[in-house]
Structure formats: structure tokens, C-alpha cells
Design a protein around this ligand. Structure first.
Ligand SMILES: [Mn+2]
Length: 362
């Protein structure tokens, strides 16, 4: 963690001339301190200056912080943690404080502004840039999370039977994640059957599996604070038809070409264009309405992006998904997603489940 603090301090000097950093972001605070908490509410505030590294939390986290957080001075707060952080910033003489505006609501900003006497400087790149390139230790954890999730998929495939409900299958994934040592799913598991597979982020419901259904599974777990993410699309019993075989083949070709295009030195939009070009050429461009991929780490969606506007140049150690899809409304869809680590001349693929069209059951 001390290397991360050093990098943050270097970044503070680098632009905007800030003398301190303030954060109540769950993901950033986990990244910088190692303390894992739920991301939904503010559970801690951190202030980092050239000389100070101050961690503030309420009673619920004090014991855990004393055990898990090193390199920070820990202070238990009663009352408004944001106001107290503002007062702390005054006490160390901070004048210009960087913060990530995407992790502070307008209300929180006003409370901080009311307590802190210096200038608040929005900087959405500071921690994003630090977190983008993963260390070997982080890559190891991401690989373990991926292995855990893939093991669950392998073991659940024989359970996928005619009559099974989407939500029952989704629940099986999430039960197994926890049982095998994950904190839980890294996002709500997507298990969609038949025509519902055309909804890229559809919600598993009471649809019962029938012969000839598409089975789209997009899932991941969170383990030691890091997320995994992958998608496989199958058919049950038999293919729903030639239309499906065609979109599956095109999606797979686009996915393999996308993987082939990932390497250090190319931009996110260049990789996106490779896969998108194949889908466009096959005539399905308008049915691929999302970006090709996204970074994965402490958060399930983080920088860098692989998408039409993504200018970020890929570097070794970045971890991204490659997940083209084709979605035909009312008929069904395909998405194939791997998680990869960018290397100097290509990528290491963390996911290993086969991708050729597989007929489940029967
Ligand atoms: Mn994804």
C-alpha cells in the first residue's frame, strides 16, 4: 500500500498543484488502504498530504481498520465524517485539495466546502490513473476470482435442465460464489433464456428453460476486494435456428479478433473498431450498441474503456474485458466475454472456458 501512497503523492504534485487529497470513495479508499467495506455508503474518509496519511472512520470500522490498515493514522469519528475531514484539512494547513467529483454528491460537496477553508479541486483522473495499471499481486487476485467463477460455471452446467428458472440459475451462481470463498457476486448475475437474451442487462425472472432456448450467462464474483467478469452464451438441446448460428459465429469472430488486437500501445477505440468492424461488415452493426469492453479491478466497471470514444493508450498490466455482442430484439442475443491482462505484445487471457458454440443438455 505504501507504493500506492507514493504514487498518489507524485500525482498530486504532477498537476493542479494540490497539497492534499481527500476521498470518501469506497473503491479508492479500499485501493489506498486495503480496508474492505461495502461501497454503498460512506464508511471512511481519507486525507493524504505530503507528510500525512489520515484515515477516518466511524465506530463500526475502527477495529477492522486497526487490524487491516497500515501506513495511515486512524481516527474514529463521531458525527459528520465529511465535516470532520474538512476540519482536519484545516488543521494540517491544506490549501488546495484534490478530490474525485464522481464520488462526491452535491450535498457532500457543500458540507465539505462549509468546513474546509481552502480550495477544492475536482480531479477525476488522479486515482483512476493509479488504479488502471495492476500490480502482479492484483493480477494474481483477479486471476483467482476468475478461476473461482469459472469453477462455478463448470459445476453448474450439468444442473442446467429443462424447466429450470432463470432466477434459480442466477441464485445458484451467487450461492456457490459465497460458499467457495468469494464475498459475493461482483454484480447481479445475469442468466437469460430464449428471446430474453436480447436484453444486454436483462434481469433473470421466471422464464423456464425450454429446448431450443439461448442460455446467456454473464457473471463474476468479488474476492479479496477484486472483481471478475465473464460471459458465455449456449443453446439448450438444439440451436433456435440458422439466425442464431450466424450471430454466434459473427460474435465469436469479432471477439477473437478483439483479443488479437489488444496490446500495449493501442488505444481503446482502436481495439473496439476491430471487433465492431467485423460485426458491421456482417450487417449487425446496429445490434451491437455497447462498448467492446471495460477495465475491471476494485470496481466491476473502471478505466480504461474499449469503446468508440476511448482515447486511453493501453499499457501492460491493464485488465480489461473483451465482450462483443449481437442482440436481435424479440429473438435472442449472443455475448462472449473474456477478461484479459494487457502485455507488451498482446494479452494474457484470464478466462479459459471454451467458446465454440455448445449445445447444453441432451
Ligand atoms: Mn463486462
Amino acid at each position: 500500500m505504501s507504493a500506492r501512497l507514493d504514487a498518489l503523492r507524485k500525482g498530486l504534485n504532477g498537476h493542479n498543484n494540490c497539497d492534499a487529497f481527500f476521498s470518501v470513495s469506497g473503491p479508492d479508499n479500499q485501493y489506498l488502504t486495503g480496508l474492505m467495506s461495502s461501497f454503498g455508503e460512506i464508511s471512511s474518509a481519507i486525507v493524504v498530504s505530503k507528510t500525512e496519511a489520515h484515515f477516518m472512520c466511524d465506530f463500526r470500522y475502527t477495529e477492522q481498520a486497526n487490524d487491516e490498515v497500515s501506513g495511515f493514522e486512524i481516527e474514529e469519528i463521531t458525527g459528520d465524517i465529511i465535516v470532520e475531514a474538512g476540519k482536519y484539512l484545516n488543521s494540517i494547513g491544506a490549501k488546495r485539495v484534490a478530490f474525485d467529483p464522481s464520488f462526491l454528491t452535491v450535498d457532500e460537496y457543500r458540507r465539505l466546502e462549509g468546513a474546509f477553508e481552502g480550495a477544492l479541486v475536482p480531479d477525476s483522473a488522479l486515482t483512476k490513473n493509479l488504479r488502471m495499471v495492476k500490480s502482479p499481486e492484483e493480477i494474481q487476485i483477479l486471476a483467482e476470482a476468475t478461476n473461482l467463477a469459472e469453477g462455478v460455471l463448470s459445476d453448474l452446467i450439468p444442473e442446467i435442465k429443462e424447466g429450470m428458472l432463470e432466477r434459480d440459475l442466477a441464485a445458484r451462481f451467487e450461492f456457490e460464489f459465497k460458499k467457495r470463498g468469494a464475498k459475493g457476486p461482483s454484480f447481479d448475475t445475469i442468466a437469460l433464456f430464449g428471446a430474453k437474451s436480447s436484453l444486454p442487462h436483462g434481469e433473470p425472472g421466471e422464464k423456464a428453460l425450454e429446448v431450443g432456448d439461448v442460455v446467456l450467462l454473464d457473471f463474476g464474483c468479488r474476492r479479496e476486494g477484486y472483481c471478475s467478469d465473464m460471459t458465455r452464451t449456449y443453446v439448450y438441446g438444439q440451436s433456435p435456428g440458422d439466425w442464431f448460428d450466424e450471430i454466434y459465429a459473427v460474435t465469436l469472430e469479432a471477439q477473437l479478433a478483439g483479443l488479437d488486437a489488444v496490446r500495449s500501445g493501442v488505444t481503446g477505440k482502436e481495439v473496439d473498431a476491430v471487433s465492431r468492424g467485423i460485426i458491421d461488415k456482417a450487417g449487425f452493426g446496429k445490434y451491437f450498441g455497447h462498448g467492446l469492453g471495460h477495465g475491471v479491478g476494485v470496481e466491476i466497471h473502471e478505466a480504461p474503456r474499449l469503446s468508440k470514444p476511448a482515447e486511453t493508450v493501453l499499457e501492460p498490466g491493464m485488465v480489461v474485458t473483451v465482450e462483443p455482442g449481437i442482440y436481435l430484439p424479440g429473438k435472442g442475443g449472443v455475448r462472449i466475454e473474456d477478461l484479459v491482462v494487457v502485455t507488451e505484445d498482446g494479452c494474457d487471457i484470464l478466462t479459459s472456458m471454451p467458446k465454440e458454440l455448445t449445445v447444453l443438455g441432451h
